[in-house]
Each structure stands twice: as C-alpha cells, then as structure tokens.
Design a protein around this ligand. Structure first.
Ligand code: URA
Length: 467
C-alpha cells in the first residue's frame, strides 16, 4: 500500500510531524510513502491511502529542531529523507551526531541553507512606513523574496525586534501580519510590491554616508549581500557608483584625516588590559565613526557579571587605551560609585557605541554625540554583549544608553532613578551620565542625584547576589 501525505504551505512541519508519527509508529517503510506539498502536482499516487492512527514514538532530542528547519527547504526530497532518518534513529543510537553519515550530512546541509536564508532575511528586510493619520501604532510594510519557505520560522525574530509596531511582510507565497501584538500568516500568492518612496531615499542617503571606501572588500561584500538581494534593496543601486568612486574618496579621506597624537597613543597602547572578545567588532564598518577612531572599545569586566553598566561612547582616553570609562568621566564615576557603595568590580562596563566620535581641533579631539543612526547601527554589539554576559540588570548612564536599552527616547530627568524594562526584557536602572555632573554648575544637585541612583543600583546588586 502506498501512502501519499500532502503537506500544506503553512504548518508544513507540524503536518509532516503528524504524518511521520502515524506512519513510523505503524512500521510503514520509507519506500511506501510518497511525500509531497499540497499545491504541487498530486504525483503518481495522489493523496494515497488514508494514514493509519498514530501511536507514540520516541524521537531523539536534536531531531525536532533539525526537522523544523529542513521542512522549510524547497528541495522535493526533504520530507522523504527526514522520514528515512527518523526511522534509522530508532535503530542507531547517536545517529544525528554522526557527521560521516551521508543522510545526516544532507539534512545538515539543508538546515544550513535555511539558517543562511533566515540570516539574509533578517539583514535585508526593509520596511516602508505606511501609518495612516490618527493611528495609535506605527505601521510598516515590506517585500522580501526568500529562497525557502522560512516565513513562519523567522516571524518570531521580527515580532521581538519590531514588537512595538504593526507590520506586514509580503513574500511571493505568504503574507505575515503583526497587528496589535497578534501574529498571523496567510498563504497567498503576491507579486512584487513597489515600495519606492521617500523612506528609500533617506535610506540611500544614509547608506552612501556610512559606506567606508577604506574598508571596501568587494568579495566579502558580495558574499554578505549577494546580488540576488540587490533588486529589493534601495541602497543597492548605489553600490556600483560607490565602488567606482571608492579610490578617490579614500585618497580624500587620507588627506583630510585628523592627526592623532602618536607618541602618547603608543605609550598608552602598551598598557592595554585584556579586552572582551566580540567577534568582528574590531573590523566593524556599520557606520562611519570607526574610520576615524583609533580602535573599537568593547566592554570589560567579569564575563558573567550580575550587573552591566552602559555609557554612551568611548572618549579620547578610552579610544587610545581601548578600555571604557578610564578617562575623566570614568574616574568621576568610580569615585561616586565608591561613595554609593556600588562595587564596580562586580560590573561589566561598556558603551552603547563602540567607537569615539570627535571633531579635531588643533591637537585636541572634541567629543561629538553619536547620531541616532550610528547608535542604531552599533546596537548589535551591545546586544551581543548582553547575550554573552546575561546580567541580572543593567545600569544605563545617560540618555543614549537609556534609549538604546529601552527603545524609549523620552526625557531622562523624568525617568532617572527608576527601573524600566529593557528591550531584552531585563530591568534597566536609568540614571545620569557622569559627564553631565562634570559639566553642571548647579551646586552639586546632579551629583547628588547620581549618587542616589547608584545607591539604588548597589541595593539591587546586593539583592541579586543574595538570591
Ligand atoms: N563616556 C562614556 O559614556 N563612556 C566612556 O567609556 C567614557 C566616557
């Protein structure tokens, strides 16, 4: 008898799982099953015989995760091979960890294609704002053409990342909606949306500005942003011209580069303590600030610190030493933290932005606040640090850190001294930046506020440690 399960476009994995359970628990051999998608040609065997009633079967731990990814692959053989491997798992212990097994290798290769497709979708979805007047949530729409059937797998990334707005992502086969906090998918054929509007012009201007000719590596760029995605990326049409003009712009950058104080820099660089490893941070060119700075400054502190302290960006001294909060603002912070009995050694200390932004004035380098787009471009590094350290709570020093961590840019003075929920769901204690205290001419009022907030931080830290 031949069985011919037909799987729906949405809920493919769940349908495959149910059918595989019914077939496997009744001892049906792989050659007696003709798998297919509902919308595909019914095949030689159509829907085949009705499936037998399912019984319980044991499935190894990693299999479900692997099967969920593989089921999203477009190759017509995925469901059959998954079923074969599922049956073999019952006889061969540890089969999934056997990298030499050709069938396991094939499944892993398909899963890798899916993860890559998801990575590309995360990176290249561009939303266009379509909020009507008077709406209480902002609304966005996007068009994307994934290689595989990944819309359901990827949706939770977008709900987490853009949870505070309504959005629709349209692909050629599925429309995903997130409205008022509810997620839904609809299997529906769509043709390319024309999203050309002024938002795209803004994006193009931004991209042209962050494009760093000194870091141009055409091969790496094309592998990260393969040509097939270019047609839906507003900035892509700029790439050929930017590449063509890169050499001239690089020469111009070299001629206008500020002169750093080399002797001092060398002396200080010799004393750099160990820095946090943050993957590609030191080659980051996601915004233009890095081209000017001496180096990227990652966080320092215990790798599993219960407290993370986040400032704005490294200053002149931090830029040279490669360590956050070692200059005047950091020294003041240390003094006030001691006064508030906040143990700084328990904290992982870092910044929202990892490069020093400045304007040269003679031999001096004058701090410049980072632009919103630069803070946003840098956020991935902070997110990585939070994921690695997993602090129990975060102390946000100043408006930039508060906005980066909570997504809320409203006035700092009405929020300081309070604990808010951060984007990653962690408690964020908001306070002033020590440099605001340095600049203030207010008889010590801001200083007192900062010490008061740090005392609260010290109490929170003690409570966490007592748990
Ligand atoms: N200010 C900050 O926000 N961070 C530093 O590392 C130094 C000064």
């Amino acid at each position: 008898m031949i069985y011919g399960p037909r799987l729906p476009r949405l809920g493919t994995f769940e349908a495959w799982r149910d059918a595989a359970r019914a077939l496997a628990s009744n001892g049906v051999a792989p050659d007696d099953v003709d798998w297919g998608m509902e919308d595909a040609d019914a095949g030689l065997f159509g829907a085949g015989a009705p499936l037998p009633p399912p019984r319980d079967i044991k499935v190894p731990k990693g299999f479900v995760t692997l099967a969920k990814q593989v089921c999203a692959h477009r190759d017509a053989g995925v469901h059959d091979l998954l079923y074969r491997v599922l049956l073999r798992c019952a006889d061969t212990r540890g089969l999934l960890s056997n990298r030499a097994d050709a069938e396991v290798q094939q499944l892993e290769a398909w899963a890798k294609n899916i993860r890559r497709d998801m990575h590309k979708m995360k990176a290249f979805v561009r939303f266009r704002e379509v909020t009507p007047q008077g709406a209480n949530r902002r609304q966005f729409i996007s068009w994307f053409e994934p290689d595989h059937r990944i819309e359901e797998l990827i949706a939770s990334f977008f709900t987490r990342r853009f949870g505070d707005m309504d959005w629709v992502i349209v692909t050629p086969e599925v429309t995903t909606r997130f409205e008022g906090g509810d997620l839904s998918h609809e299997a529906k054929a769509s043709s390319k949306l024309d999203l050309n509007d002024e938002t795209e012009e803004l994006w193009k201007t931004y991209y042209a500005n962050i494009f760093n000719p000194a870091r141009l590596k055409i091969k790496a760029m094309q592998s990260e942003m393969p040509k097939k995605y270019w047609k839906n990326l507003p900035e892509a049409e700029l790439i050929p011209d930017l590449i063509a003009g890169a050499e001239a712009r690089m020469r111009e950058m070299q001629e206008t580069a500020p002169t750093l104080p080399p002797i001092r820099a060398e002396r200080i660089l010799e004393r750099i303590p160990e820095r946090a490893a943050l993957g590609e941070l030191h080659a980051c060119a996601r915004c233009p600030i890095g081209a000017q700075a001496t180096q990227a400054v990652g966080g320092v502190g215990p790798p599993n610190a219960p407290l993370m302290i986040v400032g704005e960006q490294p200053g002149d001294r931090e830029d040279l030493e490669g360590v956050p909060f070692v200059g005047p603002a950091g020294q003041l912070f240390d003094q006030l933290a001691t006064e508030a009995r906040l143990d700084r050694t328990q904290a992982y200390v870092t910044n929202s932005v990892k490069h020093f932004k400045f304007t040269p004035r003679g031999k001096k380098r004058i701090h410049q606040s980072p632009h919103k787009t630069e803070v946003e471009a840098c956020r991935v590094w902070l997110e990585q640090e939070i994921a690695q350290v997993q602090p129990a709570f975060i102390l946000a020093l100043g408006a930039t850190a508060a906005q980066t961590l909570t997504g809320d840019g409203s006035a700092l003075m009405t929020r300081r001294g309070r604990v808010e929920r951060g984007r990653e769901g962690l408690p964020v204690l908001i306070t002033l930046h020590p440099s605001a205290v340095q600049r203030a001419n207010d008889g010590g009022a801001l200083r007192e506020m900062l010490v008061k907030d740090l005392r609260l931080g010290a109490k929170m830290l003690n409570d966490v440690k007592a748990l």
